[in-house]
Design a protein around this ligand. Structure first.
Ligand SMILES: Cc1cc2nc3c(=O)[nH]c(=O)nc-3n(C[C@H](O)[C@H](O)[C@H](O)COP(=O)(O)O)c2cc1C
Length: 210
């Protein structure tokens, strides 16, 4: 008779494997075109209804580059950051896993091989939307700033990234909403964040429902 351990192993091996994509470069961002700025501002809004249709890699890469990609040879980014600390990491929760955006490489680094979207926010639409960005401040990058300054500047720096995402979405006809309603403790535990990494906000992105 098979031992309980062997039965358990057989069940685990028989389970469909989650297959997160390996670390991979995103397509070169398309930096030409887009909607004129004033029209984009006119369209900027929060939306809370999303199609489950995934974003193609090109759109995902363009979105992340717009959020805080490198736009100059010295490594500076599309979003400003206090003292150029670049302390905000953008994590990307997709159906096939959790990734971290590596802006220098313009690539997604796999973090977790599971769908964590249900933990990315308290609102029902979050777990069905194709993309949830999670903005995480790494306070260790903020030098000797006081705790109060770290809180202030990491929140401000997140706001710039979020607004870039809002404007990109408005220009591309995508739906988005930035969110503070997050169970930060549960999500931080799942992401195995260090004590000096803080979840500031999250932002859902996807196509509007058809
Ligand atoms: C810091 C911040 C946190 C927010 N948190 C949430 C949230 O948790 N859930 C949500 O549905 N909207 C959230 N919003 C979106 C606001 O509700 C929205 O921006 C506001 O109603 C104005 O609507 P508009 O963005 O379409 O102009 C947040 C906005 C900001 C700036």
């Amino acid at each position: 008779m098979r031992s309980a351990l062997a039965v358990l192993a057989a069940i685990i091996l028989a389970a469909p494997a989650l297959s997160p994509r390996e670390e991979h470069a995103l397509p070169k961002p398309r930096t030409e075109g887009g909607m004129p700025l004033m029209q984009t501002l006119k369209n900027r809004r929060s939306s809370r209804e999303f199609s489950p249709k995934p974003l193609p890699d090109q759109a995902l890469g363009d979105l992340l580059w717009a959020a805080c990609g490198v736009n100059r040879d010295d490594g500076r980014r599309t979003a400003p950051s206090a003292v150029n600390w670049q302390e905000i990491d953008v994590y990307v929760a997709l159906a096939d896993g959790l990734y971290r955006y590596d802006a220098r490489a313009h690539a997604l680094q796999p973090v977790l091989k599971e769908d964590v979207r249900a933990l990315a926010g308290r609102q029902p639409f979050v777990k069905h939307a194709p993309v949830n960005l999670i903005y995480v401040a790494d306070l260790a990058r903020m030098g000797k700033a006081s705790e109060a300054d770290k809180v202030l500047y990491s929140a401000a720096d997140t706001g710039f990234i979020s607004q870039n995402v809002y404007l990109f979405c408005a220009s591309e006809g995508l739906a988005t909403v930035v969110r503070g309603l997050i169970d930060r403790e549960a999500l931080g535990l799942k992401m195995a964040l260090r004590a000096d990494q803080r979840i500031i906000l999250a932002q859902t992105v996807g196509y509007p429902p058809q």
